[in-house]
Design a protein around this ligand. Structure first.
Ligand SMILES: [Zn+2]
Length: 121
């Protein structure tokens, strides 16, 4: 069982990254929608920004943002930090480096092998 302190450490990494990505996504949104009109910033919720960007950006940042949001949701439900495949707890060090990891190192390797088609590429 992961300690509350360990979880809180990862949660703060996730939230920092989420805030950073939101800033980045808002910036992209404004670049794309810079038509000279003054917009009420109160109208621009993050969900409106995501809605606007998702049709045009196949963006890594957008993907990462979604992973972080779902990691935070898992954390709320107390389901965070276990491997999706083998259900074992993912190593704390791995989560601190990759807080949106859903698999342990071993299962991730198997998963990536399967994705590359198993041709040893
Ligand atoms: Zn695993």
């Amino acid at each position: 069982m992961r300690s509350k302190k360990d979880l809180e450490k990862i949660e703060s990494i996730l939230i920092d990254r989420k805030v950073q990505l939101e800033g980045e996504l808002f910036r992209l949104y404004h670049e794309k929608n810079d038509d000279g009109q003054v917009q009420d910033p109160g109208d621009q919720t993050i969900s409106a920004v995501l809605e606007n960007l998702k049709n045009t950006f196949q963006d890594n940042e957008l993907e990462e943002y979604k992973l972080i949001v779902s990691a935070l949701e898992q954390m709320k439900k107390g389901e965070y930090g276990n491997c999706l495949d083998c259900q074992q707890p993912i190593a704390q060090k791995r989560l601190e480096s990759y807080p949106n990891a859903f698999r342990c190192v071993l299962c991730q390797e198997v998963f990536e092998d399967a994705q590359s088609g198993g041709f040893g590429l």
